[in-house]
Design a protein around this ligand. Sequence first.
Ligand code: FAD
Length: 567
Amino acid sequence: MGICARGSLRGSFAVHKMARIMTAILDTRRYLTNFDSARQGNILTDVLVIGSGVAGCRAALEAARFGMVTLITKDAFAKSATNYAQGGIAFALAEDDSTDRHVDDTLRVGCGLSDTEAVKTLVQQGPPCLQELTAWGLELDRKDGDLALTREGGHSVNRIVHANGDQTGHALMETLERRVRGVENIRLFEHCFVIDLITIDGVCRGAVTYHEKHGHQLVWAAQTILTTGGCGQLWRESTNPAVATGDGFAVAYRAGAVLRNMEMMQFHPTTLYVAGAARALISEAVRGEGGYLIDRAGERFMADYHPDAELAPRDVVSRAINEHLGKTRSNCVYLDVRHIRGFAARFPHISKLCADFEIDVTRDGIPVRPSAHYMIGGVKVALNGRTDVEGLLCAGEAASTNVHGANRLASNSLLEGLVFGKIAGQTAGETCITLPKPTPLPGVANKNPESARTELLMSDIVHSLQSVMWRNVGIVRFGERLQETCEILDFWAHYTLDKTLDTPMGWETQDQITVARIVASSALERTESVGVHYRGDADANAHSEPYHILVSCGLDGLLVARSELEK
Ligand SMILES: Cc1cc2nc3c(=O)[nH]c(=O)nc-3n(C[C@H](O)[C@H](O)[C@H](O)COP(=O)(O)OP(=O)(O)OC[C@H]3O[C@@H](n4cnc5c(N)ncnc54)[C@H](O)[C@@H]3O)c2cc1C
């Protein structure tokens, strides 16, 4: 059985029209860990869902209508980006709104790289998902009995629903967690780390996991759905929770999946900047409700950079702040909300957060600066959630459905998790009932060779990696620096990816190096600026047809290719 063999799909871009392909050296092993099906615990399930954010919960609930689901998450259930979402979820519900208008806004912000069919699916299937959520007990904020709708940058009308003011994600997670825990067909493993996907002859058969109590286990599944979220933890400044280390991208890459547009990291313009404190997001809805940006001299500056000033798209505001910080030699700018009446009632979480740092929002500006926020790229999927690896599906921030193109419209990502999580769950569920029940396969084992090379300290590498990604693969990028970053990452890879480690922190570090290399290579290959990817050295007069950057694991290392957009 070919569990380590580089199957026909591994490294293959066969179905794509390629403009060019380049190869880089990233010496990853097929599996990070040793395992043996004869010695370790074997768990059987129809559908394996990895990750307990909005996409994972929604996928599990749908798949459980067809068979037995095992939901695995590496920390406590609620530790996900979903739980921290503040602003809300976009739905075309208002009287002056329509699905066409929401589609148009999403496509316009996506800068020509979005897939129209995917965007239509996202927008059209949103309202039924909202009905389900309210039936399951999600209470949304209301004004005079109607849903309170707000607006964020890039939206042409107010269409964003929210809960408990600025704690939408928390309310959503409580609703989904209650629902998931109430379904008999869903078995839940918290504090269980997915180290790698098991592929046999190129087909995904489940995953090798590490549980803090039970150690290594093999989970055999007819269908596997990756919903592992993003990778904001690759950057020094980030809004993302600690779990966002990009494991899903790395395991999919090692298993032979194709990743798309991984250079597209969206930077959020306004993250609380207090020295020594963890970075926390100050929602864009604050600017939507009238908050404006001032510099340390108390001057508004956004109108100098864009006609929409504070409500310009996120990438524009992030770059403007970045440039203004340079011009004024400052570490942060300030979000001024002193004039907003009832701010504490509308944004209770942000007000408390500021108060914890002795910032009185009625008197003081909130110190902010940009940070890494949302991975637009991801594991390439078809509209039904299928990846290029048979038996493997993907949804949520980990997936590239192509709805966001080169820039994500605010509050479209929770919507994406709901809609495409449900679709992936349905595809997996419908497929698993047509397949034989999974059984543990005897003699499936992996043993990596010992490494004699020096072991580097993992925590040192993570800090250095976050710094270099922030400096060289941040808001403004240059070819020379990107090339240098690839070389630095290859050096770390040489001394860390050859080791067989035995802790989640070790595997996360190996995944972070792998994903950082994929992001840096993709950013190097995309030589012009588009959407959130801004090249400071781009030739402003050069024009090329829109293309995708695809990455896959080839026989000689990492393959990076430009591909024409699918028609
Ligand atoms: C601070 C903040 C505010 C935001 N505000 C909004 C907003 O207002 N509106 C909006 O639409 N979007 C918002 N976003 C973006 C949105 O929250 C995310 O894109 C979305 O929640 C992602 O959902 P997900 O289910 O794909 O992943 P997540 O919610 O991140 O869940 C990923 C899950 O995978 C698990 N996991 C990861 N690796 C492994 C592994 N190796 N083994 C096992 N489990 C693993 C994690 O533990 C977690 O449970 C915000 C994001 C942040 C960080």
